[in-house]
Structure formats: C-alpha cells, structure tokens
Design a protein around this ligand. Structure first.
Ligand code: ADP
Ligand code: MG
Length: 339
C-alpha cells in the first residue's frame, strides 16, 4: 500500500506557522522593529496606516542585506543569527528562529528595499502570499525598509477577527514602546495615518521613559541599581504615593528584551509591602541583565516568557534591591524636615 502521509508544501507550512507568529498588526511591528535593532540600526522609523491593517512600514539605517540574502530572508528557518544549537545558549540578538519574515510574507503583500553601505545599488523585492512577484536592482539609501500591506489578505477569518483601529493601534503602540524602552540609545519615530505620534531621540533609560510617558514621570521615579553574579539590575520604580488603582506602567526587560513574569512582578510587589494603599499598583521599569546561558527564551514563539535557572535567587535579589531603593528614598523627606 502506498503511504498517505505527505510533506506540506512550503507556502502551506508558512501559512500555518504564521498563525502562531502573527496574531495581529502589532505582531508584525514587533518582528520588523526587532530585526532593525538586530541589524544595528541607530534610527528606526515606523509608519502605520489604519492601525497597521493597511500598511506597516519599518525603515532602518542598519547593515542591510546582500542581493542573495534579500531573497533568502523569506525562507523558513533562514537566519543569520544562529548556526548551531549551542548558539541558543549565548544569544545576543532579538531574533533567532528565522520564522518571522517567512510567516509575514505568507499572509501579506511585502515589499523589501535594502542596501548595504559599501554597495552602489540595492535590491527591491516584492513577495505576496509566499510568491516572489519581482526582484529588481534599485537606487537606495543604506539600510532596510520592509512594507507590509493587506495583512491576512488570504485568511479572511483572521482579517475579520481584527478589532477596531483604536484597539489594534493600542497594541501597535505597546510593541513600539517595549522595544523603544529597551533600546534607549536608538532614535525611534512613529507615524500613524500621516501624523507623528512619537519622536524619541537617542538618550538614556531615564530620558527615554520620560519621553515616552511624559514630563511628569520624571519626579515619580526612584532609581534601582544592583550588581551580583546572578544578575545586574538597573532601572526605576515608582514612588509609592503615585501608585494607581489600575495597573501602572510595568515593564521588565531581560537582556534588552521585554518580558512578562508574574513571578518577578510578585517580587516587586513584595518589596512595596506596607507602602501601598489597598489595591494600588506601582509603576516600574526594570532592566535585568543575566548571563545568556542562565536563561531560556525559547519557550514561546513571541519570546515574551523566559525561564530562569535560579528563579528564587533572582526573586530575592530583586525584592531586596527595590526595598533598599524605596527605603533610601523614604529617608529624604525626613532629612528635609529636620533642616
Ligand atoms: P530571525 O530574526 O529570527 O533571524 P527573520 O525571519 O526575522 O528571522 O529574519 C531573517 C533574516 O533576515 C535575519 O536573520 C537577517 O539576516 C535578515 N534581516 C531581517 N530583517 C533585516 C533588517 N532590517 N536588516 C538586515 N537584515 C535583516
Ligand atoms: Mg526576526
């Protein structure tokens, strides 16, 4: 009897994978901006129309791609970022799965323009639903531009499932802010429907937080700093009196990557013990650096969850360093009073 099992054609496999990687326009924004960061860009511009439903464009001044790589980047599991399984334990890039562009190109109309600094001419590629439409030589500035149009054009169910522009754009802003907060040294710009929403010049963490959330944020921040063998912590926590009933701005970054961690959140809340009014939540912006081999970021395709080798030690260090910072800050008004 002949076998009934067949390998799926690439474009079908890509479309299935896309379901995991790309939930909504904001997922595309995240993947494209992270690629621009990985390419060493010092300036990244995001242009969005209709909350990303019509257009998502990311323009960077990073290292660009060769003619051959510009085509290869749309293949599944095509990545320049890792070569061997061991490399997963020493990651210094946002990407490594080589899945994003293949997935995005399977479910949208994508245009890529890219040029490396030393080249005279660049490459312009159009790919729609995994099919190459054209590839041409083009006069371009250094760097890369990806335009993603008509997301989910070939998956009507997904397209219909998208929320209102207001809701989808909120998700876009969330992803934009997360990368922008993690990389204060990169200049980020965001345009929506022709208006400039953010223009964040290259700066430091504190200045970036203030530029994103407004001038009043500055006085609310208490610096946190701790250096141990397990983790280096820097960043800011909100003064307790500014805690809000709703969840404030709460951000963890691990090795420059935004992550979600109920466990670490608990450690922060434990540090505020006795300082918050009932049901109030503090803001925090905490940047953790850990040796790459002590974390595993490969447990989820969007990489917002991480496994830590020594979770309990991390919890204890985080809690005590925040407690210490809040304590120091509490001393200040008392001193002022005595004078
Ligand atoms: P990954 O980021 O996991 O490697 P992607 O599908 O996101 O996978 O990208 C595939 C490859 O395309 C990257 O490894 C990189 O070599 C190249 N690439 C993608 N975006 C850019 C960019 N903005 N500038 C330069 N190279 C890029
Ligand atoms: Mg990527």
């Amino acid at each position: 009897m002949s076998s009934i099992i067949q390998l799926l054609p690439d474009h079908v496999a890509n479309q299935i994978a896309a379901g995991e990687v790309v939930q909504r326009p904001a997922s595309v924004v995240k993947e494209l901006i992270e690629n621009a960061v990985d390419a060493g860009a010092t300036e990244i511009k995001l242009i969005v129309k209709d909350a990303g439903k019509t257009l998502i464009q990311v323009i960077d001044n990073g290292k660009g791609m060769t003619v051959a790589d510009a085509r290869l980047c749309f293949e599944r599991h095509a990545t320049s970022k890792i070569r061997h399984a061991e490399d997963l334990f020493s990651l210094h890039t946002k990407g490594f799965r080589g899945e994003a562009l293949a997935s995005i190109a399977a479910i949208a109309h994508v245009e890529l323009k890219t040029k490396q600094d030393q080249e005279e001419l660049g490459t312009h590629i159009v790919i729609e639903g995994s099919k190459f439409v054209s590839q041409e030589v083009a006069v371009l500035p250094k760097g890369t531009s990806f335009s993603v149009k008509n997301l989910f054009f070939n998956i009507p169910a997904r397209r219909n499932f998208l929320k209102s522009d207001t809701v989808e754009f909120r998700h876009v802003i969330d992803e934009f802010e997360r990368v922008a907060l993690a990389h204060a040294n990169i200049h980020f710009v965001l345009f929506h429907n022709g208006s400039e929403m953010f223009n964040l010049p290259a700066s430091n963490f504190r200045q970036r937080i203030v530029n994103v959330f407004g001038g009043k944020t500055n006085e609310k921040l208490v610096p946190v700093k701790e250096s141990t063998e397990i983790v280096e912590i820097q960043g800011f926590v909100g003064k307790p009196e500014f805690a809000k009933k709703s969840r404030g701005e709460q951000f963890f970054f691990v090795n420059d990557r935004f992550i979600k961690s109920p466990y670490l959140h608990h450690a922060v809340m434990a540090a505020y013990e006795g300082l918050l009014k009932d049901g109030c939540q503090p803001s925090y912006f905490l940047y953790l650096d850990l040796p790459p081999h002590t974390i595993d970021i490969n447990i989820h395709p969007t990489k917002t969850e991480i496994k830590f080798d020594d979770e309990q030690a991390l919890y204890a260090i985080l809690r005590s360093s925040i407690k210490h910072s809040l304590g120091q800050f509490n001393v200040v008004p008392a001193l002022d009073f005595e004078r």
